[in-house]
Design a protein. Structure first.
Length: 215
């Protein structure tokens, strides 16, 4: 069980309004997870989503592309919906953006103003009090992930009563040290450390399998 617990652990670094996060009970949390591509939600945010859903938070997903890099956008869109269903996010809480100026492409530099506009419009429309996304290194280093972090960081000043958390990028070694990662994640400073049990681990694995292996 220990190994399973450790595989599904992640830390999120607090950026703004820590008190909002601490004071919000699970049922009071309206959280938006912002990703760039289908698969991101299960590859990077599965433990977080599973734990927030277990806390009865209202979890929404905004994915800024259909993941059309290999011209499989329609398929990957459906895979995202299936993956989210496993994780506990219903279709009604999922928004998948399909804009030509936000292509799924590691060589494409998404304009910060465009990304910011899309995200802020969504946050205002749904009154979220917590937003989660990648940190400045993009977790996997993908340029589209980093663009989202830049856009949100620049928009923080207008986010009132909203907690912004970013998923901590860890080095190659920490990604693959299995259960040894658990004490590290718990001990290192972070605003929110999500750790799932065996059931959560299995659900995360199913969501990844459901979403397919293309990243
Ligand atoms: Zn991605």
């Amino acid at each position: 069980v220990c190994v399973c617990v450790c595989v599904c652990v992640c830390s999120l670094k607090h950026v703004l309004n820590a008190s909002t996060c601490r004071e919000a009970g699970g049922a009071d949390i309206r959280v938006l997870i912002v990703t760039a591509h289908p698969d991101d939600e299960c590859m990077f945010f599965a433990p977080t989503i599973i734990q927030l859903v277990e806390l009865h938070a209202s979890v929404h997903l905004l994915c800024l592309s259909q993941g059309n890099y290999y011209n499989k956008g329609a398929q990957r869109k459906q895979e995202l919906l299936n993956s989210c269903a496993v994780l506990g996010i219903p279709d009604s809480r999922i928004t998948i953006v399909n804009q030509k100026n936000l292509p799924d492409d590691p060589k494409a530099q998404w304009k910060v103003s465009v990304v910011s506009s899309v995200i802020m419009k969504h946050i205002r429309a749904h009154s979220f009090n917590m937003v989660l996304t990648f940190d400045g290194r993009g977790v996997s280093g993908h340029a589209n992930h980093i663009a989202i972090h830049k856009a949100l960081t620049l928009s923080l000043s207008v986010l009132i009563d909203c907690c912004f958390l970013s998923l901590v990028t860890v080095g190659f070694l920490r990604k693959y040290i299995s259960f040894l990662e658990l004490p590290l994640s718990c001990l290192l400073p972070s605003c929110l450390c999500c750790c799932t049990g065996l059931q959560g681990y299995r659900r995360a694995r199913v969501s990844v399998d459901t979403a397919g292996k293309d990243v």
